[in-house]
Structures are given as structure tokens and as C-alpha cells.
Design a protein around this ligand. Structure first.
Ligand code: F0G
Length: 482
């Protein structure tokens, strides 16, 4: 990919795979899309996939599998206890992470449930570089709170900092000093920090965090769901890691952590999850909850087929030509949008390209959910569905007031190995048009608002008839085109 130079001088990410299985897509007309958005309560989570042309909601569980992953699924060993499949997966994890123990779970948040139930006590604090929705919800449910200790640069939408996911070490020391180490349940570091735009931390930063944890006898927990992207960025951007292999970087990174957990829907391009540790004590503390919530210790709610695919997917994560595909496509999309003046998060991270709604629709106040409104508008004009990552994804204060997110983003995930270059160019084109017509986009308000994780099933409506005006302008400019 990035190793290939084009005669024309263009920077085009080159796929190091070929497509052998395809799925037909449907691009509904703009009227059908408007209707589908209305029926979905202006919430992209509630759209039916048959109405979606490019599903850019997430990279979770929708990455393209390799031929070797599919082949491995055929030789899975089905048994409740002690299956060969589990042994194969466990051995692969041991080989890659150098951690002896593995607790399988059905997905990432199930791992968060177990870790939080065991280690978060009422009144405790979990310092972290940045929260993820489900990780924070599990900590809160168990009576804990979080302390977000990202470096200041991390929440700047536009920056040239190579590691915006780094933790501020001074802030970490301060939180421990003011609260006392006994109040700290554990420190959590999220690889490929999701909610700030898939931004990585550096290996050096993780080592610095580990040093403070060790000095205070605090456990360090790694959320490795987006580790693949983070590994790519470390290799590419961290000077002292340039000559290390992905495997070596992985080992050194994991060696800093007491517990590692992951969503296999992202890491390993399959479906499932798990918790790894080198400590028998920690393993014993968590394992009973696996059998209570997930399943027996040798499948933990995963199908054996998915476990086989995960084992192969983890091996493929150690291949630079595999893990660079996502970030390179995202970087292409981000750079093209920057050239057209569209506000996006920079530098490009992993996971997806992130539109900066705060600037894109700066006329929409935060209490009318600019990122949610932009996601709805983009679906209507393109059939691409992104995800709101702003105030709608926050939870109200106990007194009912809104918590305003520090960033209002529309995440356009680029699932690994799924889209072609022309599809990416199509969505870039529609975003450019939408940006030129941004004044037509209006806000949203809730008509049904769940108390927890409201962004999943909340329903909203436009504050005016802006969507009709947007559709009319689209028809004027594009005529019969979809
Ligand atoms: N941690 C991170 C960093 C994640 O991105 C996710 C999921 C989880 C934990 C939870 O894992 O979904 O398997 O239970 N992120 C998905 C997303 C939902 O769309 O970004 P899960």
C-alpha cells in the first residue's frame, strides 16, 4: 500500500487483497431514503440495512473475513467443554500476547461487565485516556466514576499530534494524589481511542502510564479492541519502533498491562471477545463470572466457528499489509475531504473518517444535536449511514440537564477490506455537496428518549421542515440521479 509509488504522483491506497465474494447493494431513491430516515426516527441505528447503500455505522462485526478465516470455520470442534477450537484460540493468544490465561466472552462489553463487576466498587475511580460508551456505562453501573486524562491536544479536532490518544501523565499523578491510590479501581488505556476519532497512543506513553501504576500499585487494563489500528500507527509514527516488527511491538505493549480485553468484532475481524492476563490470581477472581454470564470457560458465549475465525484473524493482525488497509483508506478519505475544505478530524485515525459537525453545521446549537442532524442529512443525500458521536451519545445528568460532548462528530466507519475506492469516492462526492448546502441542514429533538445509552434506540424529529428543503435542492442539482 503506502510502499507503492504511482508514476502519476498520486497517493492511492492499493489493496493487498482481491475480492472473491460479493454482496449486492441497494441504493434507494432520495424519496425512499427520506422516508426510511423518518421511519427510523432520525436515528441511523434504527435504519434497516436493506435501505443502506454504504454501511459506515461501525467497523464492529462487519469487517470482511479472509479465505483462511472462512476455511478455518469449517474445521471447528463443537463441544461444550474442552474443545480443540478453544485450545487453538488460546494458543494463538498466548503466542501473540505472551499472556498465559484467557477468559472468553461473547463480545467486548461482556468483558467490561466482568472486569467492572470484579474491580469497580462504589466510590472508586477509573482513570483512563478517554471513555468508550459501554466501558463507562459498566463502570457507572457498578458505582464507580471515570476520570478522563487525555492530553489536551487529544480533544483538539485539528492537530498534527501523532498520538492524540495519549494519557497526560501529570494529570494521572494528580488524580492518584488527590483521591488516594486506594480509591483507584484500575487505570484503563484504550488503544485506537474510539470516541476522539480512532486516535492512537504511543508505546512510550503506555510505558509512562505503567510506571506511575507500578509506583502506586495500581492495575493497568488495556482495551485492545482497536489494537490493530494502534499498532499500525505506532509502527508508522513512533521513531523508536520503526525497526520493530508488529509482533515485537505487540509483545512490548501488552507486557505493560495486567489485563487486556478486546472486542473480537473489531480485533481479529470476527465476532466474540475475551480477557487475557498473566496473573493466575486475576484469572481466578474473574473466571466464575464467565460461567455465570457468558458460558463455559472454553467458549464464553462464542460459537466455535467464530473462535476459529478469530484465531486466524488475530494472526492476520500481525501482518502489516493487513492492518494498514483500514488506516490507509481512512487517510485517503480524510485527505480528500480536507482538500475540499470539509471539516474533519485530523490527523486521520483508525476506525473511520470523522466529520466535525460542530464546524460543518455551526448554526445548529448543541441541544439540537448537530452530529445527529448531520448523520441524518448525509444518509438522506447519499444512502451512507454514519454514526452520531457527540452529545446524543452522552447521558443526561441526574437533574435532567444535557451533558454536552467535547466534540460533535459523525463517524463514517470504514470496515476493513469492505469498500472499494469508487464507493469511497462516491461518499466523498456527496459529502462535498452536502457541505456546499450545509445551511439547509437543521437540528433534531427527541420524541422518545431512553435513560441509558439513548443513542441506540432514541427517536427524534427535525425541528423544522429542513429535510424537505434539502431533498428539493438535491433533486434540483442531481435531477434523475440517485
Ligand atoms: N471498547 C471499544 C474501544 C469499542 O470500540 C467497543 C465497541 C467496545 C469496547 C465494546 O465492544 O461492541 O464488542 O461489545 N465499539 C463498537 C463501535 C460498538 O461501533 O465502535 P462490543
Amino acid at each position: 500500500m503506502s510502499k507503492i509509488k504511482f508514476f502519476s504522483g498520486e497517493h492511492i491506497p492499493l489493496e493487498m487483497h482481491k475480492v472473491r465474494i460479493v454482496q449486492k447493494l441497494n441504493l434507494p431513491t432520495i424519496d425512499e431514503r427520506l422516508n426510511a430516515m423518518r421511519e427510523a426516527g432520525n436515528n441511523t441505528f434504527l435504519l434497516n440495512n436493506r435501505d443502506v447503500f454504504m454501511d459506515m455505522l461501525t467497523d464492529s462485526g462487519v469487517n470482511a473475513m479472509s479465505d483462511n478465516q472462512l476455511a478455518a470455520m469449517m474445521v471447528a470442534d463443537d463441544s461444550y467443554a474442552g474443545s480443540e477450537t478453544f485450545t487453538r484460540l488460546h494458543n494463538k493468544l498466548k503466542e501473540i500476547f505472551d499472556m498465559e490465561y484467557f477468559l472468553p466472552t461473547h463480545q467486548g462489553r461482556a468483558s467490561e461487565n466482568i472486569i467492572s463487576q470484579v474491580y469497580v466498587k462504589p466510590g472508586t475511580i477509573v482513570p483512563m485516556n478517554f471513555h468508550f460508551t459501554t466501558s463507562m456505562a459498566h463502570i457507572n453501573v457498578n458505582g464507580g466514576t471515570i476520570a478522563e486524562l487525555l492530553i489536551d491536544e487529544g480533544t483538539k479536532v485539528n492537530s498534527d499530534h501523532p498520538f492524540k490518544g495519549n494519557m497526560d501523565i501529570d494529570k494521572l499523578k494528580e488524580v492518584i494524589r488527590t483521591n488516594g491510590r486506594e480509591k483507584i479501581a484500575f487505570v484503563r488505556m484504550e488503544a485506537g481511542t474510539n470516541l476522539i476519532g480512532g486516535q492512537p497512543f504511543s508505546l512510550q506513553n503506555l510505558k509512562d502510564v505503567k510506571k506511575v501504576c507500578d509506583e502506586n500499585d495500581i492495575m493497568l487494563v488495556l482495551d485492545a479492541s482497536l489494537l490493530g489500528d494502534n499498532l499500525y500507527f505506532i509502527k508508522k509514527r513512533e521513531a523508536q519502533c520503526k525497526s520493530m516488527s508488529i509482533r515485537e511491538i505487540t509483545k512490548e505493549l501488552v507486557a505493560q498491562c495486567d489485563i487486556l480485553y478486546f472486542s473480537g468484532r473489531k480485533l481479529g475481524s470476527a465476532r466474540g471477545g475475551g480477557i487475557c492476563t498473566s496473573s493466575q490470581k486475576l484469572y481466578n477472581e474473574m473466571r466464575e463470572l464467565i460461567t455465570l454470564y457468558e458460558g463455559f470457560l472454553t467458549y464464553g458465549g462464542m460459537s466455535v466457528r467464530e473462535m476459529e475465525a478469530l484465531a486466524v484473524g488475530l494472526e492476520e493482525t500481525m501482518d502489516e499489509d493487513v492492518i494498514n488497509q483500514g488506516p490507509e483508506f481512512i487517510s485517503f478519505m480524510t485527505d480528500e475531504l480536507v482538500k475540499k475544505g470539509v471539516p474533519v478530524v485530523t490527523p486521520a485515525g483508525g476506525l473511520g473518517c470523522h466529520l466535525n459537525a460542530m464546524e460543518f453545521v455551526d448554526h445548529i446549537p448543541q441541544n439540537q444535536y448537530p452530529a445527529g442532524a448531520l448523520a441524518a442529512a448525509l444518509y438522506i443525500v447519499s444512502g451512507a449511514r454514519g454514526m452520531e458521536r457527540g452529545s446524543m451519545s452522552e447521558q443526561r445528568n441526574p437533574d435532567g440537564t444535557e451533558v454536552y460532548a467535547s466534540m460533535e462528530l459523525v463517524r463514517l466507519a470504514v470496515p476493513r477490506r469492505v469498500f472499494t475506492m469508487s464507493q469511497l469516492k462516491y461518499v466523498i462526492d456527496r459529502i462535498e455537496w452536502l457541505y456546499a448546502n450545509r445551511d439547509l441542514i437543521g437540528g433534531l429533538k427527541f420524541v422518545q428518549e431512553p435513560k441509558t445509552l439513548r443513542f441506540f434506540f432514541g427517536r427524534l424529529k427535525p425541528v423544522s421542515d429542513w429535510q424537505n428543503r434539502l431533498v428539493a435542492k438535491f433533486k434540483e442539482d442531481f435531477g434523475d440521479s440517485l
